[in-house]
Write a protein that binds this ligand. Structure first.
Ligand code: HEC
Length: 171
């Protein structure tokens, strides 16, 4: 009688422990989903900010030789920064947004989405060669909607907008 009660108690305890472990340990479906959701959310947050395909291409030697090692021949000056701002407003803002977040009115429905330049410009990837290539050739190498600016903007104007992006978002 007593032994039976103890056994029953033990079984109940085991079941209770099982539930507890299940609830906390990650094997419960809703918990696992919650973790996956969190992971995905974090990844998507990052993915939405940067141009993943472009970064991959650049890292794997996809930078055309003509852009390799290019550096900005201009120093920032009030005139060039002003010119850069003008270009950003006229050419980039519609997609990349007022504050560089990639949320301009023309960004709607684009896949991949315009990058968050206020984020990208603080990363190591934002080298002169990378930015000059991206702006010159646009989205063609990776199939995005970003226009190529090599026939729209002079070299100096492309460097001016890079100076502006660094000044505004790079720190
Ligand atoms: C029609 C929309 C559109 C316009 C206009 C546009 N972009 Fe983009 N841009 C994109 C998209 C989409 C991406 C992400 C895919 C890619 O890398 O091509 C992107 C990516 C970039 C990147 C790469 C960022 C990263 O994640 O590494 C830079 C830098 C950039 N744009 C700068 C500019 C500048 C500067 C201008 C203006 C001279 C401009 N863009 C105009 C759509 C646009």
């Amino acid at each position: 009688m007593l032994v039976k009660d103890i056994l029953k108690g033990g079984t109940l305890l085991l079941i209770a422990t099982g539930f507890w472990a299940c609830g906390r340990g990650g094997s419960h479906p809703s918990h696992a989903m919650g973790m996956m959701g969190m992971g995905r959310g974090r990844m998507m947050g990052h993915m939405a900010k940067v141009s993943v395909k472009r970064h991959r291409l650049y890292m794997h030697g996809g930078l055309p030789a003509e852009y390799s090692g290019k550096t900005n021949p201009y120093e920032p000056s009030p005139e060039l920064l002003k010119r850069g701002e003008e270009i950003y407003t006229q050419q980039c803002k519609a997609c990349h947004g007022e504050n560089g977040k990639g949320d301009g009115p023309a960004a709607k429905g684009l896949d991949p989405k315009p990058s968050d330049l206020s984020f990208v410009m603080k990363r190591h990837i934002a080298t002169d060669e990378y930015l000059f290539w991206t702006i010159s050739e646009g989205g063609k190498p990776i199939g995005s909607a970003m226009p190529a600016y090599k026939d729209i903007l002079s070299e100096k104007d492309r460097w001016a907008v890079i100076l502006y992006l660094r000044d505004r978002f790079g720190r």
